[in-house]
Design a protein around this ligand. Sequence first.
Ligand code: C5P
Length: 360
Amino acid sequence: TPKQPSLWGIPLKYLSLLTLAIQNSALTLLMTYSRMPATVSSGTYSAATAVLVSELLKGSISLVFAFLRQDTSGHSNEMSQTSSGITGRLRYRIRRLGGEMFSTDCWKLSIPAILYVVQNNLQYVAASNLPAATFQVTYQMKILTTAIFSVALLRKRLSSTQWFSLVCLALGVGIVQIQAGMQHKAITALSTATSSVVPLKGFAAVTAACFTSGLAGVYFEMVLKNSKTDLWVRNVQLSFFSIIPAITPIVVAHRTDVTSGEGLIATLFHNFTPTAWATILVQVLGGLITALVIKYSDNILKGFATSLSIVISFVASVALFHFHVSPVFMLGSSVVLVATYLYNTPSSGSLSRPSTPRVQ
Ligand code: C5P
């Protein structure tokens, strides 16, 4: 068997999964905290700017990796014919990377790019309207949407245990939603101030984000595993196609602000607190790790990493935000965790994101 890539002796597969679990919890907590009205008395930062900045950062980091990892072995003849010296070789490598990036199939990445931009914006809506733990548990519904898209697009088969676990998952998420609704009613009944937090809006955002997650994830893996193109080149293409959808809401929102460039920057970055920047950095890290997980691991293990992150967020929510643990929340979360475990238990015909999918 080929040697597994590793870092400090730990296989990248496990390292990326563990990092993903920690990153997932950190992101949910940071995002929720950074959007809390108490931490931003003069309003909150622009989610659209945050998404755009994270796409630009992710794209730049991926570009550096793509350049460093570029495989020019087997091209030494071509290189020596067309170039000489360090600058010549550099120019050759840049040209080759450019050719790879704007290859004929690069447009395929525009589909997951648009979906992920929508998803990343929706996450902020969800985080602004739901408690961290509720957000995290409800977000598990993406396992269901990933399954639906895999069955519909890739004609994957699910075992009966997996179908059963999907029903349990929906049930568990439903229980958590009921309890969150009750908690919200109790809070608003106690407070005289009108709250801008609308759980229903949060749930609608998470549900839509689950759909984009499933479709984008399946599509990205199809494209990645159907060609030899390097992961980092695919990531640059993904970020490249994200720019227009990420910029559009910003342009629409500020089309009437005729200010100086400096004024516009100040408006776009209004209320960008250190927690807002930390949220963006953790989001960037998450994108990079997700890409690694899709490449070096599989969906089965990714599911475990995400369910582990529920437990981490849950414990942290209780400790940091005095999240109230009701028996109903415990029941709903437990059902979600058991369902995730059942779904990921290998059986014949089990579903993971396809390893040898076909792309049209
Ligand atoms: O929850 P889910 O696994 O669908 O989240 C995927 C996240 O990873 C999104 O924020 C998306 O923008 C990011 N991503 C990325 N690069 C990839 C794949 C996903 O930045 N190649």
